[in-house]
Design a binder for this molecule. Structure first.
Ligand code: FAD
Length: 280
């Protein structure tokens, strides 16, 4: 860890904006969050390489902050040759961290590609580039939505870590015990690397509900009921969200979580408010 990194190991995730206004907003967000000395920023990647250029351009812009910036990379729908070219390019640009994923193919979009699961992508990156990249992978404390069972998903996760991942970042969740249980079970399978909780600040109920259905994150009933009751009152949603997420983060850190990875959705304020409320 370099001298200017945050002792908690916090990290912030962005998506590549597709308008000039979105880019300018992201640069303001980047600067506001850089002041919290993140361990790294990361930038998401669209299925089948659909955002490849925008991801790279965004990574370049975010890196100007001076902080490590990790592109996400997904393998589904891509050929090895294309992934190899991208790895070479990242390396030439001086990028040394990646978030390696399987990704999801939108329906009707091409074939699966040559690498079917994220463990195969991690193996491929290690074969091609040795130890050059620090590799993060995804973890699902509440189980991946397509997994046949919790135990099978956990075994698949352990296989992915053993393929050469350095750390894991979880899907977001609102139940701290789901995280603690997952970490305990992963440790029992021999996974020693850090498993960093992914945190989704709550700012908009409709979007959150849609997202959560798609990715299999459970919104507990007591949270759902209160958010539903606030209707269009965005100030009330933000205040309640801040309180719930700050408490979740504090509990995770008190229980030994090695850091926090924020799904910022390119907004600084909800994440900053949570960070102001918690202590290491
Ligand atoms: P895998 O680890 O490959 O797992 C997918 C499913 O297959 C699971 O059900 C697992 O149990 C099973 N499985 C795994 N390995 C095997 C195997 N060898 N044999 C049989 N079954 C297996 N998506 C994007 O498109 N772009 C992004 O930038 C992006 N960033 C993300 C960042 C984080 C931190 C997280 C948590 C998710 C992100 N996603 C992103 C979503 C992710 O791509 C989806 O959740 C996807 O469905 C699974 O990807 P994975 O890498 O976890 O897949």
């Amino acid at each position: 860890m370099s001298a200017h990194e945050h002792p908690l190991g916090i990290s912030f995730e962005f998506f590549p904006p597709n308008t000039e206004a979105g880019h300018e907003k992201l640069m303001r967000t980047r600067d506001a969050l850089a002041a919290r000395r993140p361990r790294f920023f990361s930038v998401t990647y669209g299925a089948g390489g659909s955002t490849q250029h925008r991801t790279l351009n965004t990574v370049r812009a975010v890196r100007e902050s001076g902080f490590t910036t990790a592109p996400h990379l997904s393998c589904i729908g891509s050929e090895k040759a294309a992934l190899r070219d991208l790895l070479v390019q990242y390396r030439e640009e001086g990028i040394d961290s990646l978030v390696a994923l399987r990704g999801d193919l939108p329906s009707g979009m091409g074939g699966v590609g040559e690498l079917r699961y994220a463990n195969e992508l991690v193996e491929f990156i290690r074969e091609e580039t040795g130890d050059h990249f620090e590799i993060a992978v995804a973890a699902y404390p509440e189980s991946h939505p397509q997994a046949p069972s919790f135990d099978r998903d956990l075994e698949n996760f352990a296989r992915k870590m053993k393929a050469g991942a350095d750390l894991a970042i979880t899907q977001y969740f609102f139940t701290a015990d789901a995280y603690f249980h997952f970490v305990e079970r992963a440790r029992a399978l021999g996974v020693e690397a850090p498993i960093v909780p992914g945190i989704m600040p709550i700012t908009n109920y409709t979007k959150l509900a849609r997202f959560s259905d798609a990715c299999g994150a459970e919104i507990p009933r007591w949270i759902r009921k209160q958010l539903e009751a606030y209707g269009d009152d965005s100030a009330a949603i933000a205040a309640f969200g801040e309180e719930v997420i700050s408490r979740l983060c504090q509990r995770l850190l008190d229980g030994g979580a090695p850091g926090l990875h924020f799904y910022t959705l390119n907004q600084a304020e909800p994440t900053l408010k949570v960070l102001d409320n918690i202590s290491a």
